[in-house]
Design a protein around this ligand. Sequence first.
Ligand SMILES: [Zn+2]
Length: 257
Amino acid sequence: MWKTIRVTILLVVLVIVAGRTWLDRVETQSWKNTLWVGIYPLNGDGSPAAARYIDSLSQQDFTNIETFFQRESHRFGVTLDEPIHMELYPEGKELPPLLPDHANVFGVAWWSLKLRWFASRAAKVPGRTPARIRLFVLYHDPSSLRSIPDSHGLQKGLVGVVHAFAVKEMAGSNNIVIAHELLHTLGATDKYQPGTGAPEFPGGYGDPDQKPLYPQLNAEVMAGQRALTSSQFEMPASLRNVVVGPVTAGEIRWTHP
Ligand SMILES: [Zn+2]
């Protein structure tokens, strides 16, 4: 008797979670209404440099992400005037759970559950419209950091964790990383080789039909870098030289097969 009740409850919970994930997906890929994307800045290393940088942030620092989505979606025939709206929320105090290095499948699943639970609490800001997609941006002082930790965007839960540099000169490339992780939450996959970071051909090239092929004028957003030659790559300085390729456009349903 008890066992049946327990199994039934578990099944109901699973059906609700699966239904919710499915609805999120349909809603965020319909491109009929403007999607609200929240930037939740956090001091990633507790440094004074990151604190000052976060204090200096304004809505304006993220508008070129809106312009990028507008320009690229219209190229693929989306008619919605403003596909995404970026909204800057006040600085949070608590850092999101971090994905342990070399986590196995269960480790990743457990981390993603903890992250969703964290996001549901941390994204609530009194008196502000809640964002549909929550991006926690951890700023780091570049002088004390050699390499930046990996950023993540999850479609299940519509949440992302982005590591960024707390300097104005890096604002352009920070926004490329934010756009990349945002696209993961919308269902886009990576288009670079995990080991080398090389853009995959053709999906990871800004224009795989460009003649001559090298150097590529633009980077594909899910590859992150533009190919200068078949073995040299470079991250552009801003979203002006980044495009959404046809494969990514299909994954986020700007186009329909
Ligand atoms: Zn990625």
